[in-house]
Design a protein around this ligand. Sequence first.
Ligand code: NAD
Length: 424
Amino acid sequence: MTKESKKKASVYENVTKQFNKAADLMGLDSEIRKILAKTTNEIIINFPAKMNDGRIEMFTGYRVQHNNVLGPYKGGLRYHPAVNIDEVRALATWMTWKSAIINIPFGGAKGGIQFDPHKYSLTELERITRRFTFALGSNIGPEYDIPAPDVNTNAQTMAWILDTYLSTQPPHERQRCTHVITGKPIEAGGSLGRDKATGQGVVFTIEEWAKDKGFNLNGATYTVQGYGNVGSWAAHLLKPHGSKLIAVEDVTGAIANAMGIDPDDLTAYVKKTGGVKGYTKAKPIDHKTLLSTKADIFIPAALENQIIAETAPLLNIKVVAEGANGPTDPDGDEILQKKGIDIIPDILCNAGGVVVSYFEWLQNKRSEFWDLEEVDNKLHKKIVNAYERVRETAKEFNTDWRTGAYIVALRRLETVYKERGIFP
Ligand code: NAD
């Protein structure tokens, strides 16, 4: 890796640049700026787990808590070889902005374990997850820090975390602690609509964008990078609009079919085989071809730093709907703006997940169970309100949407800090 690309790979540096740009433009209070520029707690845990053959392996897990002035720390857990402190710091900080924009009483956190879960059996994954949860101990808690799924973790992972956490609580405390984690299976206290929530939020923001632009989604073409939870749900939910999926990439490869790919058929294939590679109803393409595919909408729904100085010039689309966190770096942003490509920024576009996590948390606290219609309606309202706030703020400051979104978040955080003051 060259010095230059090493520098580019710092995701936290991207967050800092985005933050500074917005803070300068809005004239964020300089004292509050100092607080928000730092994470609060950074927990790194090396822990052992027993493998199926009796060996012990050591793992490194992270939990970074950025800020909790608006409410308990909140954010996902990622299992991936690239998880490191820089990435987790960035993801935790984005969570603070996201909760603030969407107007829910949560702060920002993120965590993960640096390993490739595909190389481990289900029983090993369970032991790794349980041991990490045990090691986190009281660093998480239903009113303190509430994890959720992210890349390579799912409802099953959350169920193991729930069970481990509850097992370490005194028996009389257990029933009132189920909201220590969100994204749980329905039977274990999860919410209807949480599985599709992030993809649903992505589609709600695309609908708003289309309304604003007078753009017809019926017959519109789109491409997706990452066909996991977020990417596949977004594609499934765009289907009723009559939009056409024409290219998809995941970690196994990329495929294209100008006539359209059926999202649900592809999801069934991916569930069976583990990836889009080898899907016979489309032809294989390479990464560059995926990015250069002419389409109306591009939904990045994989990892950070995908739209950068080298790749942004390739894009031939009208709008990027950022399902992933941090898919576009500041250089990429500048190039897209010059090309006249709209961006629905991650901290708005993919906020649906944390909104329905908040609904799940509320339902657990109140021993309620909402039907899907109620969850969807409430989510829609939250996303549309946030979308409008971001649009109006970008207009007010005559700036891009990402900076507008940051200003919405920073204004709310600034107000709360000013009202509460700094202890002592
Ligand atoms: P997931 O594990 O379900 O899916 C990840 C997808 O990305 C998979 O299809 C994988 O093959 C693909 N991928 C991984 N590395 C890739 C690479 N190098 N090139 C191309 N594709 C690659 O994860 P997810 O939950 O869908 O999360 C995807 C993104 O959305 C992440 O950035 C995550 O932080 C963000 N996000 C997720 C949620 C949520 O509720 N799950 C909420 C907000 C944001």
